[in-house]
Ligand binder design. Structure first.
Ligand code: FMN
Length: 336
């Protein structure tokens, strides 16, 4: 007997695919989604995902080993597609028999999807457009995540509600689609499940869980913030395409604008190539996020957060957050 039968029935395909009790993924968050949070999510019946970010293969090896010491439940590893050692990182996942690999940050490089499947793991991809989703599914992706611009971190231009209407009617019957971005309560989960989603992915709601190692000041900034404080970064130079990042507004937001000007200046003087310019911007974000999450520098660091941040009010154990989301979803489904 499950306490949330209607939600469980709608999540069945997703939870069977993930191997978790509930089809609720905690999206990888650089610096935040490490051994402690990931194992806590999986132990509580959700699906945790390690954020590999810029880790070397050795660091990832250690992180997976430490996570496995803390949970015997399945969890995933999120790899950034432009990581120069992505194929070595896949080998590390294979060594540990990781069950699911999430490829984020752009088109999977040639051979990566095949390599993950050869090791017997499932591949989960992000798709910004329906056409690309279809292509990725044809090339072997086992499931898709669609993520709207309400989300925290790097974002696309379209809202979750519109992406859900574009993708789910076309894909949900034959494929597994997880919906992410702006989900703070279970009523929203119920809505996307009814539209055909196999499950959901949340980041912001879990970032300040009791088991998250984020600095206490980072967490306090989340508890104080409202939806309107989580703003998307602005691109200052049309020649320097920067993927927008949603974060709480602080001095770091202005520092990022200054960083873009500096890098654009280098482009002007032909001091660097475009690829190097974009890499510098990405490294800037990784460093700024670390300053906020680990060091607690909430003035100058990056407080990546989604618009659902206004629904994060206090530090709660992961199990309580998941139970609350499921109860809200079930109540909503019972009203229908
Ligand atoms: C602090 C933070 C860091 C994130 N870092 C990453 C990352 O490294 N890789 C990634 O694929 N997504 C990253 N994300 C996105 C999350 O995995 C997730 O998809 C997103 O948070 C879902 O939307 P929500 O924030 O509205 O719940 C990050 C999000 C946050 C809030």
């Amino acid at each position: 007997m499950t306490t949330f039968p209607k939600t469980a029935a709608l999540m069945r395909r997703g939870s069977e695919f993930l191997g978790s009790r509930h089809a609720i993924m905690c999206g990888a968050m650089s610096w935040v989604s490490e051994r402690n949070l990931v194992s806590a999510i999986s132990n509580a019946g959700g699906f945790g995902v390690i954020a590999c970010g810029a880790m070397t293969p050795d660091l990832l090896d250690n992180e997976i080993a430490e996570t496995k010491k803390r949970t015997d439940k399945p969890f995933g590893v999120n790899l950034i597609t432009m990581h120069p050692q992505i194929l070595d990182l896949i080998d590390v996942c294979a060594k540990h028999r990781v069950s699911h690999v999430v490829l984020a940050g752009g088109l999977p490089p040639k051979g990566s999807v095949e390599k993950i499947k050869e090791m017997g793991a499932k591949v989960i991809c992000f798709a910004p457009t329906l056409a690309l989703a279809k292509k990725l599914l044809r090339s072997g992706a086992d499931a898709m995540v669609i993520e709207g611009m309400e989300a925290g971190g790097h974002i696309g231009p379209v809202s979750t509600s519109v992406l859900a209407q574009e993708f789910l009617p076309e894909l949900a019957e034959d494929h597994l689609v997880f919906v992410a971005g702006g989900i703070g309560r279970g009523e929203a989960i119920a809505g996307y499940l009814e539209m055909g989603a196999a499950g959901v992915q949340l980041g912001t709601r879990f970032a300040c869980a009791a088991e998250s190692i984020a600095h206490p000041d980072f967490k306090k900034a989340f508890f104080r913030a409202g939806a309107r404080d989580a703003v998307a970064s602005v691109q200052v130079d049309p020649r320097l395409p920067v993927i927008p990042v949603r974060a709480l507004k602080n001095k770091g937001t202005e520092l990022f604008t200054a960083k873009q000007r500096e890098v654009a200046g280098l482009l002007d003087s032909e001091g660097i190539e475009m690829a190097e310019a974009q890499l510098q911007i990405e490294h800037y974000w990784a460093g700024a996020l670390r300053r906020a999450v680990i060091d607690g520098d909430i003035e100058n660091g990056s407080l990546m957060a989604g618009q659902s941040v206004g629904m994060v009010k206090k530090e709660e154990p992961v199990a309580d957050i998941i139970a609350e989301l499921l109860a809200e979803s079930e109540t909503a489904l019972n009203r229908r």
